[in-house]
Design a protein around this ligand. Structure first.
Ligand code: ADP
Length: 550
């Protein structure tokens, strides 16, 4: 017997319509690419999204057409999110930090019909155009007054919007319709497209607004540091519209000073971003002696947040840190770390151990860990294995079938991560399968070594890679960036680690660098480090093998 409740499709347009109805005067504040701050409201955003929808239709973006963006977090990008998906087209957000060849590949693979870009990326667009013959329109996200000479052959976004009326009703269609497209960064092989549906986006938005996830409310001022081109800013534009949270969009200003200015001026209560951006911001806060307005809770994810970073933000600033894990293929929210009631009675040390985990599994998502024979491993917080995921907002296949059938028996998606699970539902990432160091038949977690090194007060950045080793198969090399003005020798670093890790985990060598290379999504670029230091042990035989496994 079927239930007798209304069956309305879960559509993204319902979110912006709701924000207009209930939060018409709530602000969306943007730092503009052209300079300055722009303010308007959800009502304005809804009106202009409808104008933008009509403009996109006029440009021929019909059902399923890919509407691409090369843009920062700002109000125009926000409008396109709702306009493109609202008309039944697909909002394809492109990461401008990828190599131009990869971007051209992505545009052609996606079959983008129109590309809308912020002026920052004009040079990039000029380089891309000859390689992307399928794109029908290139639209500069600015007004006529700011259109540079180089954009003469491009359309002007503000003119397109101004030419349309806002007399437009969002159509109803199947909730399984594709809404947005985001390519994984493809550090190995070609980038692969993850095609989100209206249904998956809505269910994800409901889930991230649970109190133990982002929990956005109409009392929040939310600032997504995470770019709108990185897994839809982790769903924040949708979740903020759903909750009626004031939204602050930081544009191209992702440095510590620009972010702190917005945190202070707009009294931001919620932010989300990758650990490296918080590291930069923290350095700025320390240097200037700034205390951010409270309360402020922040989601840190995309790469491991070290216990040192979590502790610093909480003890120095009073910010509530929620460590989170996810991937493009999981929309991205998979786990988020908040405490349970029973943790209140724990010692500070025990709580810190819980806090360092990647968090508890969201309802709507399931996780399991398996060994290499696909046997499930116990949820005891100790056993670690391949992490598998399934759920309402997990991808079942890449766009255009790239990579073939990707799911394991039972419909599980293999994440490529190695993790532990515990009886309370918390997951801890041990490493990525391809980064874990296999030394003499044992595994060394590069993430744990990095986190431990980051606990040294003179260390500003740390990366650990496994390098080929004659006797042990692989041995760890630690790359350290000293904090400005700090002294630290390799021997001092090793002494510090010696007290904290098993003897055979101790890196065979410590090298110092000016910076740790990062991928387009802000993760440590280990592939590049492995290339840079490929023959380090061969060239420095004295450093290798003296710690050894066993
Ligand atoms: P890409 O894989 O294309 O670089 P994603 O953003 O999809 O981009 O990356 C997902 C991966 O990032 C996860 O599989 C995991 O390895 C890593 N990751 C995400 N969050 C965390 C976290 N909190 N701690 C450790 N690793 C994380």
């Amino acid at each position: 017997m079927h239930g007798l409740m209304m069956n309305q499709p879960l559509l993204i347009s319902s979110l912006i319509r709701h924000a207009d109805t209930c939060h018409s005067d709530t602000e969306i504040v943007s730092r503009l690419t052209e300079g300055g701050i722009h303010r308007y409201t959800y009502r304005d955003a809804h009106r202009r999204s409808r104008q933008c929808a009509r403009a996109l239709l006029r440009l021929g973006a019909t059902d399923g057409a890919r509407v691409a963006t090369l843009a920062w977090n700002n109000f125009r990008h926000f409008e396109i999110y709702f306009a493109a998906s609202g008309i039944g087209a697909v909002c394809h957000t492109i990461n401008p930090r990828l190599f131009p060849e990869q971007i051209a590949y992505i545009i052609n693979h996606a079959g983008d019909h129109v590309v809308l870009f912020d002026l920052t990326f004009l040079k990039l667009v000029e380089a891309l155009r000859p390689h992307c013959p399928g794109v029908r329109h290139w639209v500069a996200l600015t007004d006529r007054a700011h259109m540079p000479a180089g954009a003469a052959s491009c359309l002007c976004y503000e003119e397109l919007v101004a030419a349309e009326s806002d007399d437009y009703e969002w159509p109803d269609f199947d909730e399984e319709t594709a809404a947005s497209l985001c390519y994984t960064s493809g550090t190995t092989g070609n980038p692969k497209g993850v095609l989100f549906s209206h249904r998956s986006t809505l269910l994800h938005a409901f889930a991230i607004n649970l109190p133990d996830v982002m929990g956005l409310s109409a009392r929040d001022t939310a600032l997504p540091v995470v770019p709108m081109f990185h897994v839809n800013a982790w769903g924040m534009p949708y979740a903020a519209a759903m909750a009626g949270a004031k939204l602050v969009l930081p544009g191209p200003g992702l440095d510590g000073a620009s972010l702190c200015e917005l945190y202070q001026a707009e009294r931001v209560t919620f932010s989300a971003g990758v650990p490296t951006l918080w590291l930069n911001t923290l350095a700025h806060l320390r240097e200037k002696g700034i205390r951010l307005p409270l309360p402020h809770r922040t989601i840190i994810g995309g790469a491991a947040a070290s216990p040192a970073l979590i502790h610093a933000l909480e003890s120095e600033q009073g910010i509530e840190v929620r460590h989170a894990w996810g991937m493009t293929e999981t929309s991205p929210a998979g786990t988020v770390n908040t405490f349970k009631g029973k943790h209140a009675a724990m010692s500070a040390e025990e709580r810190a151990a819980v806090h360092a985990k990647q968090g508890r599994i969201l309802p709507g998502v399931e996780l399991r860990i398996t060994d290499d024979e696909d046997r499930e491993l116990p949820r005891d917080g100790t056993a670690f294995g391949n992490l598998l995921v399934r759920g309402h907002w997990v991808c079942r296949e890449y766009f255009k079938g790239e990579g073939g059938s990707i799911l394991r028996p039972g419909g599980w998606f293999p994440t490529g991560d190695v993790a532990t699970l515990d009886a309370d539902g918390y997951m801890r990432i041990v490493d990525r399968t391809k980064d874990i160091i296999k030394s003499g038949g044992e595994w060394i977690s590069s993430v744990d070594l990095e986190n431990t090194a980051l606990g040294h007060p003179a260390v500003g950045g740390a990366a650990v890679i496994g390098l080929p080793h004659e006797r042990w198969g692989e041995r760890p090399l630690l790359v350290v960036v000293r904090r400005p003005g700090q002294e630290l020798t390799a021997e001092q670093m090793l002494d510090f680690l010696r007290e904290k890790v098993a003897k055979w985990w101790l890196p065979d060598a410590v090298v110092f660098a000016d910076a740790i290379p990062l991928t387009a999504t802000g993760k440590i670029y280990k592939l590049k480090l492995r290339e840079t230091y490929a023959d380090y042990f061969a060239k420095n035989p004295g450093t290798s093998g003296h710690t050894g496994a066993g």
